[in-house]
Structure formats: structure tokens, C-alpha cells
Write a protein of this length. Sequence first.
Length: 332
Amino acid sequence: MRSDVGTARHASLPGPPPGQRGRTAEQVTTRVEERTLSFEGFAYHCRIVHQDRPRTEPLVMLGGSSQNRYAWLRHEKWLAEHCTVVTVDLPGYGTADFLPADHGIDFLAANVRHMLVELAMPRVNLIGSCFGGAIAVRFAQHCPGFVERLGLVGMTRTIPDDYSESVPRWVRMLELGDRAQIATELVKRFMSPPDVGTVHKREVVSRLLYTQFMAQSDEEVMMSAEHNTRLMTHAWYRDEPLPAVPALVCTGEHDTLCTPAMGREVAAALPSAAFTTIKEADHLAPVERMAEFSDLIVRFCTGQPLSELPYCNPVEWLGTARQPVIPGPTRL
């Protein structure tokens, strides 16, 4: 097991996000640690930004299929001010070992449990974005005792039909090396059309997505193809019991991949969940509106009100209980 430890530069911390009164840089003490672990023979990597004076339980971020543990690097300057932040390359993603497609979401959820045991984190705030949301839900269903709060971003109970129908064609295109065409299609699929509404940094994020896909190594392309096979051969969502913990479901107001209507269905299946949409954003809201997204996550994880935020549409309370779940006493 390898552990590389470094110290975060306090001077790089910016002011608080909109509407968030944070602590000053002098009060923030963080330490960055990179660890390589192994689960059932597959090596994976996690990044831990330790906060010595946390206001809440550790925050675990599970990103989408094209994200790695560094995808949240620019969010850390806001998130790590309040708690320890953990990001991870699970097997099959980022720089972790290749994971054959016969290992599905159950395996990845079990891997998250392995990581938390190894890191001695018995209770966490868990945020899952897109594909990471599917893993987060399965983990919460199978390991409810680990979850203090559950946040789901750009999540749906079913993979959209047009996306599923496109996957076999994308796999063939990857095998043929036709990256430019598939990159163009994926950008159009993940981002909303220009006539849907205003999206913050639309052009910048579109170029970033296209460039990132075109720059993938052959190994990363192989992982992408295997990921798509995994999506099509394993259950995305199961109607299993979920823990009655505070929950937040959100996405961009113009999300056309996992629409707000789909998000409401996810929230309604939870015991109780706050649902909202981020203004001037689509499926890639965490990238398009980093400061605002980070502020929303911090507020949720620290039990602050989510109502009347200038960057969000009105909060709706959904779920079987249809009322807020109040978290128990802090375990810090």
C-alpha cells in the first residue's frame, strides 16, 4: 500500500461561495493524501483532503463515468474548508485497474465500502453524480449504516432509451477508432441544445468535453467501451429499501440527459428528499457552476437551509415521507 502525503496551500483558498459565510484561510488546515488500495485483486486510488477542524462527516464524491479523482480538484477549495473530502478512481475508471464488464454496480458499491473501512470512515456524507449516483444508491441500499446524508446529481431511475440505443453504435465507433464523431455525439448528448435555455459557460465546457475525449489514451478508450458494456448488462437501479437519512437530488434546470422530471422520480423514491435545479446549467452543472454547486453541497452536508438560494429554483420536498428528515446527533 502506497501513501503519498502533501500539504495544501492555504493561500490558494478563495473567498466563500455565494451566500456562504466560511471560515478564514487561517482557520483552515488541510492535508492531502493519495492512497492506492486493492479490492478483490483490482488496484484503485483515492485522494483524501483531510480537514483537521471539520464541521461535518467526511464528504465522499463519486463522479460520472468520464470523471476521475481529480475531476473535483477545483471544487476542493470550497468543499475542504468544511470537512475532509474523498475522491476515488474505482476499478475500471481513471488510473485504476481495468475492470471487466462482468463486474457491475454491486461490485463497485462493495468497493466503496472497502475503501471506507480502509480509511476508517464509519459514517460519511455521500454524493454521487450521474453514474456515480447509481453507485451511491446501491451503496446506500446495501450499506445504509455508513450513510449520514445522501446527495444525487443528474440521476435517473432508468437509462434513457435513446442513450441505450446509441451505446452499441458508440462501442463499434470506439473499436474502429472513430473518436471525432463519437466525441461530437457525446458532447451533444451530455449538453443541452442551445435553444433550450441559457447555460453558463456552454461553449467553454463543450470544448473541454470534446478535447478531453479526443485526448484519451488507448487504455482509456478501452475502459470507456467496457463501461458502456457494463451499463447495458447490469441493473442500473433497483427498488430496494433506502435509509431514512437527509437526501438531496439536484441537476441543472436545462438537463436533457437526466431531466428534472427524472430527478423528481428519483427523489420521490427516497424516504424524504429535497429536490431542486441549478439555474443556467444542464447535466454538467457541477462544472458549469462550480462555486454555486459547491455551496449547495456544503449547505446540504452542514444542515443549512436550502431555500431561497439565488442560483437555485425553489426546493421541493418529495419522497414517501414528504417531509424533511432531521439528521441525528453529530458523530464527529
